[in-house]
Design a protein around this ligand. Structure first.
Ligand code: PLP
Length: 357
């Protein structure tokens, strides 16, 4: 009998990421785009892939893609870092600025991977809270930062799974505090394109603020795993130091460049999703359900007449998979539904009505 190697003790309590991947007809649980990629994109991608020399390692700097992103974001190529999904960006940030003896401040409820990835990298997680409408109290946040001096602070706007944007005054206050304590403010903007609001903030060498974006949502490219970081050069240099050599494959780099050329078509889908979000919001509001306004491609809601797990299970029986958030801190009884295509949303609403009324 072998003695099974013991893993790091601090990893034993971690549960990992859990969102069931079930074979159902209506998948509204992971905030993906419901639309397939434009046909012209697929055709062009085929011919671009044919031209790739896959026997060679990819460009290590992914410079064509970084330059394309920089031009879209009106930044320098040296202020862009690309990785395998924004989760890998979060991991790189934690590897560079977190780790043993360091801490990250997050405000629950928020995107679960901020704390999960921090913990995996040995970073101590400090949990701040949000109020009943999921806002963060500025004074309480500043007090924690002063007391704990975290190396990292994660904010998420629009916030997953609650859908609200972070208050611009709060962001300013936290940033100015971190500029003096030497902490880094990480603003996760995975759902930015679905929001009407925009912040008057950009990358600046003298400001400890970085932005995370992804191709997984609005770009209909969750399957390709591509995300990026917009940050001052001193931070991008650190990302390069902690990433593996040739971490971003050639196919993915091409997909990203091509996607940016099709930006207009992709952004057209956002309008459709926002309209559907309004329709689903109103429909849920007419039912015995509490639903929160959202600036993302999902809605958080809480049934008032049935147990949330019963509703989740009932929907699954009808072939509709949504996210059960009821066990998350601060989200007792809550469920989250991704805004899908019109017909997917209809299937969801018909099934909800049948169960809650
Ligand atoms: C707020 C937030 N950030 C990051 C991610 C991860 O996205 P990616 O697919 O780019 O790793 C998600 C995915 O759901 C998310 O909700």
């Amino acid at each position: 009998m072998n003695k099974v190697p013991s893993s790091r003790e601090d990893l034993e309590i971690l549960e990992g990421y859990f969102s069931p991947q079930l074979d159902v007809s209506v998948k509204l649980n992971t905030n993906e785009a419901p639309f397939p990629l434009p046909e012209t994109f697929i055709r062009e991608l085929g011919s671009e892939i044919n031209k790739l020399e896959l026997n060679r390692y990819p460009s290590r700097s992914a410079s064509e893609l970084c330059a394309a992103i920089a031009s879209k974001e009106l930044l320098k190529e040296s202020e862009v870092f690309v990785a395998n999904g924004s989760n890998e960006i979060i991991q790189s940030i934690c590897l560079a600025y977190g780790g043993n003896g360091r801490s990250a401040l997050i405000f629950e409820p928020t995107y679960a991977m901020h704390s999960q990835i921090a913990k995996v990298t040995g970073t101590r997680v400090i949990e701040g809270v949000r109020d009943n409408e999921f806002q963060i109290d500025k004074d309480a946040a500043l007090e924690i930062i002063n007391r704990e001096k975290p190396e990292l602070v994660f904010l998420c706007s629009p916030n997953n799974p609650t859908g609200n944007i972070e208050n611009p005054e709060l962001i300013d206050a936290i940033l100015s505090e971190l500029n003096s304590t030497g902490g880094l403010l990480v603003l996760d903007e995975a759902y930015k394109e679905f929001s009407e609001s925009s912040f008057d903030l950009t990358v600046d060498d003298k400001s400890n603020l970085v932005f995370i974006r992804t191709f997984s949502k609005v770009w209909s490219l969750a399957g390709i795993r591509l995300g990026y970081l917009l940050a001052p050069e001193w931070c991008i240099q650190m990302m390069k130091s902690v990433s593996l050599p040739y971490h971003l494959d050639s196919v993915k780099q091409k997909v990203g460049v091509l996607a940016l050329k099709h930006e207009k078509e992709m952004l057209r889908e956002v309008i459709a999703i926002k309209e559907e979000r309004g329709r689903v919001f109103e429909a849920l509001r007419s039912l015995p359900v509490k639903v929160w306004p959202s600036e993302a491609n999902f809605l958080l809601f809480k049934p008032e007449t049935v147990d949330s797990y019963k509703l989740w299970e009932g929907l699954l029986e009808e072939g509709v998979l949504i996210r059960d958030c009821s066990s998350w801190e601060g989200l007792e009884g809550c469920l989250r539904v991704t805004i899908g295509s019109e017909s997917e949303n209809d299937s969801f609403l018909t099934a909800v009505r049948k169960i809650v009324e």
